[in-house]
Design a protein around this ligand. Structure first.
Ligand code: SF4
Length: 263
């Protein structure tokens, strides 16, 4: 295992937030690491190699968004009203059955707030007439907070929805809560072992972030997704995760089976 591989695996094991600098001098504590050739180690290293840096900008002058694609005229799947799905690059997790792996590997087009507005404003009337707007997905949408803070004032009447795994620093979630109207949360599993095995990462601040949203957000604006993941959890785990979420105060919880597709 090279020094670089060891550092990536150690950081993944210790849940260093994406974008955090590691000076290689001891930020990461010693611990048991997955081997670089184990399925979990390979997955983490591959994801790290494909990772789009958090906060990357095209020219250093304005926050930009790593756009992978747009899907217009969506109804009932991404929240209220007519919605355009905006897919962005980058994700801190390495889910074994990620259906977006191919998309996340593509080089994104970096767009400024004005450029994204130009690409999406064609549906302005639909958005305002139906209470719809933009749903940011990908990838982990909440990696691009500088961009949203620049973009939101340009279209204050549109509904902003974020698809997120909530595995991000709590201070970032507080920023996101000031920008977004609703969240679609891909919970995976609240069992730490299942979560680690399936995503390649620790749960980290997931619980703290769930509590924050439960306490500060109207539950009708929070949609939580709890999958049945073949080979990783079972219906009992799904039920346990749902029960824990209800105990926190969430009401819109969707249980569903993952359909595993071959790459
Ligand atoms: S959180 Fe979503 S985009 Fe990220 S690795 Fe998992 S399935 Fe893929």
């Amino acid at each position: 295992m090279s020094g670089m591989e060891e550092r990536i695996l150690r950081c993944a094991a210790e849940q260093v937030p994406q974008g955090a600098q590691n000076d290689g001098k001891g930020i990461c504590r010693d611990g048991t690491l997955p081997s670089a050739t184990s399925p979990q180690g390979e997955r983490i290293l591959r994801c790290a190699a494909e990772q789009v840096p958090q906060g990357a900008r095209n020219d250093g002058k304005a926050p930009c968004y790593p756009l992978l694609g747009l899907s217009r005229h969506r109804m009932e799947v991404d929240g209220e009203g007519v919605t355009t799905l905006v897919a962005g690059a980058g994700c801190p997790l390495c889910c074994a059955y990620c259906i977006n792996k191919k998309v996340l590997r593509q080089a994104p087009t970096w767009v400024t707030a004005e450029e994204l507005l130009e690409k999406t404003r064609i549906d302005d009337l639909y958005f305002r007439a139906t209470g719809g707007g933009l749903c940011f997905g990908g990838g982990e949408s909440l990696l691009h907070l500088d961009f949203y803070e620049a973009f939101r004032p340009l279209c204050p009447d549109w509904r902003f929805t974020a698809e997120t795994c909530l595995n991000l620093p709590p201070r970032d979630l507080i920023r996101a809560a000031a920008v977004f109207d609703a969240f679609i949360i891909d919970v995976k599993s609240l069992d730490p072992a299942v979560y680690r095995r399936y995503t390649g990462r620790e749960q980290g601040p997931l619980w703290e972030n769930l509590r924050y949203l439960a306490e500060h957000f109207d539950p009708v604006r929070l949609h939580l997704r709890v999958p049945l993941i073949p080979g990783y959890n079972d219906e009992a785990d799904q039920a346990k995760t749902e029960a824990a979420l209800r105990e926190l105060g969430f009401t819109q919880i969707e249980r569903f089976p993952y359909v595993v597709r071959e790459e």
